[in-house]
Design a protein around this ligand. Structure first.
Ligand SMILES: [Zn+2]
Length: 485
């Protein structure tokens, strides 16, 4: 071994690990290491080689552990933190109405900050290092940024926008309603917070539902995104009801509308995307627009991502596909390993085709695929020299991973693993979880505070049920207002 004097000083060396860099299906180091300095990855390679090259200030011995990129959750809702388990077994439109009603009346800056810390704890402990908040609440943006800052996570905070008075609007009491106000407020949010928390926060615009967003709003949001060098994100082609409502109002399918508006491209992120026509699939492939797969939300909400969805075709054609949990009111969990499992198994079952979505492809969706969708593929999503140091260390000596070997380790992660494997989490070069314990936040105190806030949201849930529960919730929502945008 070289002298310390000849070695390059670095802050951290994670060594003796199985390293899965997600740079290609054959790239696996059975005795590998990752050197980290200045928040970035200085090198990835065999342990012996990196020990010879680097003099670390801190060493993590990751023997019998696996190191991989932190998971990237491309669809989450901070505003759903208090609605977990309260909004179930309704079709898409009343489901959103109830979620908007409960959250927009119940949230304030204090409990939104708390909910951001709370969801960050669940994400960090299950191996997610970056997430996209699809609809950061109007007037509460500062609390979300503060929560992300405190947690140590990386996030795209996409500010909610809606300007169409549709069947959803009256339940979203904080909506800006007017197109110009939406755009001005989103721009102010982006100008203030894009690049916050030492660059860990990116600020995007989010026309939240395709049915609630006028042409003018969508085009204006894309103009903002281009100016700030970010993307725009929406819920699109979610299910049969979403397609029907969009057709009634705009006379077209959502992805076709965005193509005709000239805003479908690398900066466009559509979420759920379960109901796509052949033309819309082709438009995504031609333009590079991203489709986000949220398997568990689709299964709970009966959207059709597996029975009708075209994700195998999109993945096979190399389209940009990310993976998300959706919010705590939708999927009801934020463990991305469970989503990876569903993405790898659900399409096989739905199509009776065991060749669809390999374990490695499913992990790609949760890492480099999601990073690409969030326009962060040059910074995160794989372990490569020069990228930001966002990585997770997983325990391999657990019953669900045994026996492991280079031949089955990826399959075991996908088919057998859950977020319970997570031991250590590093974001931007900083250790934020060690031994399964979150270091940045007081977990016990945050959980107790969440429980104290719970009754307020249960009351609102009961109130909505008493006033608005459909006469027959087994039937789809009936849209009574015609196509008056
Ligand atoms: Zn959502």
């Amino acid at each position: 071994m070289a002298d310390t004097a000849e070695r390059t000083a670095v802050e951290l060396l994670v060594e003796n690990a199985v390293v899965l860099p997600m740079t290609g299906p054959d790239d696996l180091l059975m005795d590998g290491a990752v050197a980290i300095d200045g928040g970035r990855i200085a090198a990835v390679g065999p342990t012996a080689e990196l020990r010879a090259r680097f003099a670390p200030r801190e060493t993590i011995d990751a023997r019998e552990q696996l190191v991989m990129p932190g998971l990237v959750n491309t669809h989450m809702h901070l505003f759903g933190a208090f609605a977990r388990g309260l909004v179930n077994d309704l079709s898409f439109t009343p489901w959103i109405q109830k979620k908007f009603y409960v959250t927009s009346r119940g949230l304030n800056p204090d409990n939104y900050y708390l909910g951001t810390q709370f969801t960050s704890i669940e994400m960090l402990k299950t191996g997610t290092t970056a997430f996209l908040d699809c609809g950061t609440y109007q007037e509460l943006e500062e609390a979300a940024v503060a929560g992300v800052e405190a947690s140590g996570m990386r996030a795209v905070l996409a500010r909610a926008m809606a300007d169409v008075q549709d069947d959803l609007a009256e339940f979203l009491s904080r909506s800006d309603r007017v197109t110009r106000e939406n755009l001005e407020h989103a721009e102010a949010f982006m100008a203030r917070f894009d690049g916050a928390a030492g660059g860990r926060v990116r600020a995007w615009p989010c026309p939240i539902q395709v049915t609630s967003s006028s042409d003018e709003l969508c085009v204006g949001a894309m103009e903002l995104a281009e100016r700030f060098g970010v993307g725009i994100v929406t819920h699109s082609n979610v299910d049969r009801e979403d397609i029907e409502a969009h057709g009634l109002r705009f006379g077209s399918r959502p992805i076709e509308r965005f193509a005709s508006l000239g805003i479908l491209g690398r900066r466009f992120v559509g979420t759920h995307m379960a109901w796509l026509s052949d033309d819309e699939v082709q438009l995504l492939m031609d333009t590079g627009a991203a489709a986000i797969h949220c398997p568990s939300a689709s299964m709970k909400g009966a959207y059709g991502a597996f029975s009708k969805g075209r994700f195998p075709e999109l993945i096979g054609a190399g389209a940009t596909v990310g993976l998300g949990t959706d919010g705590p009111a939708a999927a009801c969990f934020l463990d991305m390993f469970r989503e990876v499992h569903l993405a790898a198994t659900g399409h096989k079952e739905a199509r009776l085709d065991w060749t669809l979505v390999s374990p490695y492809q499913a992990l790609e969706l949760a890492t480099i695929g999601s990073a690409r969708a969030m326009l962060l593929e040059d910074e995160i999503g794989s372990l490569e020299e020069g990228k930001r140091a966002d990585l997770i260390v997983l325990d391999l000596m657990r019953p669900e991973m045994i026996p492991w070997h280079e031949d089955n380790i990826v399959a075991n992660l996908v088919y057998s693993g859950t977020g319970n494997l997570v031991h250590t989490v590093v974001v931007d070069g900083r250790v934020v979880v060690r031994g399964g314990e979150v270091l940045t936040l007081d977990e016990a105190e945050v959980l107790r505070a969440m429980q104290r806030e719970a009754p307020r949201f249960v009351e609102l849930s009961r109130e909505w049920d008493a006033r608005f529960w459909p006469d027959d919730h087994t039937r789809p929502h009936v849209f009574e207002r015609g196509a008056t945008a």
